[in-house]
Design a protein around this ligand. Structure first.
Ligand code: GBH
Length: 592
């Protein structure tokens, strides 16, 4: 196979094992990065823009707020909310008001500047139907090239837009791309994004790709130029393919040193400029990807049902070691991981359903939060299952886990009802072929028939069946987290957001932009946080998902979570009404 000269230092060893007539053979070949891409992924599309785009300013007309949604007839102007301000509500001065995204969902440039393939390049290119729309992240929002706006119209501009509803008009502004400039222009203080590990280490470990580091260096610097604080996630699901193929990715403890080396590289390069590092996005989801589809990755002999828990233990250990590594490097940044889940409401007040609620907490948040925030070990109900096959955490591992997060980062989209399996919990726990095993709880978003069978809130897009607006439960969720896991740095809501029903089917721009349900969601959620804070819960920030419409994993672009619409033909961005509602609640209640 060919080896391109630029990559002679970055080579993957690849073994072929087979059977010839009557005898076994093993052969090894050495692959260049280029060959590795073509063998496992195939051709990658190129965006028409593939160098970093320089400045044009945010157009003034795109900063005009929407008309109010609930006004009596004949409103006299833009957005003058009717209800008086609740004087006992406030977001503290240093509240982290932000928006979020993730590398594979927004960056594009999937094969550019030395990036290696991740498992998502394979899932999107090679596994039929894995992404229901057959889309890929090859181009996505092309944020890899469109993140920046050079500071020519500069600070003056940013300052102008500090007053959101400013009437100053700078006419030459065009509705352009420039993601970070558009964040700053809305008065947003934090941008939470993830780094693509395969840009830094194309094969997951070994040779560092300096181009990838230089890219993120500039993203961080651009954020800081605009007065936007970068919050960085190290792992948002796009595992370097080589790590999956060589040892099964997170299923193997070999993952731990590779993650640490990656973390060390990022901490060392960027530690002085970043205040928040998140090691893993949503471990329950990361580990729920296992078992991966068969035939595309190295096979594992770990039983399928157990794979999420092997993954979980390696992830926990990798997280705790990365935490201590950051401390040993004297980073001042706060280090944590992002969990996810809503408030858990018992479907009825039967003892069995109350027990189901406890199991739901244990199996969704508890298996991460209890070791990290309380005592280094799994909740009892989880432990009694995983101890059947996982090695027991050593005293040293438990000690390293205990206290290994500076604050509680939580993706808190919605809430659900929980009930015991019809067979009863014990029968399920004792039967590994029970469909609900090993968690053994039922989950729903509808009240029981006896209570009318209503949904607990308005539904999001039908392609996102897990998501309803349930913002009334936000204060209870915040309080539960604080009371149960007592995070010393408080709670940072790292994702919340809403898929406007049928938005992907809309074709007229003004109809797309006036996203009433998402607006109501953000308003309700922010009010929930204000109530939580007023009740004494230490909520330190709120990062909305998402900055922009983006590739929604297995749903592709068929559902939209953006606070901004993206025209994928031109890559233009447009603020949706919800962005103004979200920003308006913050502006109104932020302590000056
Ligand atoms: C976030 O996870 C992700 O971090 C982000 O990348 C993504 O774009 C965003 O959500 C919007 O989806 O089908 O009933 O089994 C959200 C948490 C956890 C929600 C797993 C979906 C599956 C529910 N996700 N959950 S179900």
């Amino acid at each position: 196979m060919r080896s391109s000269p630029g990559f002679c230092a970055a080579l993957a060893a690849y073994s072929v094992v087979g059977t010839a007539v009557g005898q076994n053979f093993t052969a090894s070949v050495t692959l260049s990065l280029e060959d590795y891409w073509s063998l496992y992924v195939g051709p990658i599309e190129q965006a028409s823009i593939n160098t970093t785009v320089e400045a044009t300013p945010v157009p003034t007309e795109s900063l005009i707020p929407p008309p109010g949604l609930y006004y009596p007839p004949f409103p006299t102007g833009h957005e003058a909310p009717l209800q008086a301000k609740n004087e006992s509500w406030a977001f503290p001065k240093d509240f982290k008001f932000g928006v979020s995204s993730a590398a594979y969902q927004v960056e594009g440039a999937a094969k550019d500047e030395g990036k290696g393939p991740s498992i998502w390049d394979v899932l999107s290119h090679r596994v039929p139907g894995y992404i229901t729309t057959n889309e890929t992240g090859d181009i996505a929002n092309n944020q890899y090239y469109l993140y920046k706006q050079a500071v020519t119209h500069e600070n003056k501009t940013a300052r102008k837009f500090e007053s959101l509803w400013a009437s100053e008009v700078i006419v030459e502004y065009r509705n352009f791309k420039k993601d970070i400039a558009r964040i700053a222009a809305m008065g947003v203080k934090v941008y939470s994004f993830s780094i693509s590990w395969a840009r830094i280490f194309p094969f997951g470990s070994g040779q560092v790709n300096e181009q990838g580091l230089a890219h993120y260096q500039d993203v961080i610097d651009t954020c800081l130029e605009y007065g936007v604080e970068p919050a960085i996630t190290l792992f948002h699901w796009d595992l370097p393919l080589a790590l999956q193929n060589s040892y099964g990715g997170l299923l193997s403890p070999k993952f731990i040193p590779d993650f640490l080396e990656y973390a060390r590289t990022i901490f060392t390069r960027f530690g002085d400029k970043v205040d928040h590092f998140i090691t893993f996005n949503e471990p329950t989801v990361v580990c729920g990807f296992y078992p991966l589809p068969e035939g595309y990755f190295k096979a594992s002999n770990i039983p399928k049902q157990q794979q999420p828990y092997y993954c979980g233990q390696n992830l926990l250990i990798a997280h705790s070691q990365a935490y201590h590594l950051a401390k040993s490097l004297n980073l001042t940044a706060q280090i944590t991981l992002k969990l996810n889940g809503g408030y858990k409401i018992p479907l009825t007040n039967s003892t069995a359903d109350l027990e189901a609620v406890q199991r739901a907490w244990d199996w969704n948040e508890g298996l991460w939060a209890k070791p990290i925030f309380l005592d280094g070990d799994y909740p009892t109900s989880v432990k009694s299952y995983v101890s059947k096959f996982l090695p027991e955490l050593t005293a040293e591992q438990k000690a390293a886990l205990n206290g290994s997060a500076d604050l509680f980062a939580h993706d808190a989209y919605t809430s659900h009802f929980y009930s015991a399996p019809d067979t009863g919990t014990d029968a399920c726990v004792a039967n590994s072929s029970h469909p609900l095993f090993p968690k053994c709880v039922n989950e729903t978003w509808a009240y029981p028939a006896a209570s009318g069978g209503w949904a607990l809130g308005p539904a999001a897009d039908p392609l996102v069946p897990w998501l309803h607006k349930a913002t009334e439960w936000v204060p209870a969720l915040m309080r539960y987290i604080q009371d149960t896991w007592k995070p010393r740095g408080g709670i940072l809501v790292t994702e919340f957001g809403f898929a406007e029903p049928f938005e992907a089917q809309k074709t007229l721009l003004p109809d797309i932009l006036l996203d009433q349900q998402r607006s109501a969601y953000f308003k309700g959620f922010m009010e929930g946080l204000l109530i939580a804070i007023a009740e004494g819960t230490n909520v330190v920030g709120a990062l909305a998902w998402s900055l922009i419409d983006n590739l929604e994993w297995t749903s592709g672009n068929s559902v939209k979570f953006g606070l901004q619409y993206v025209n994928y033909t031109t890559q233009e961005r447009y603020y949706k009404a919800s962005f103004f509602h979200f920003a308006d609640v913050f502006k109104k209640y932020h302590e000056q």
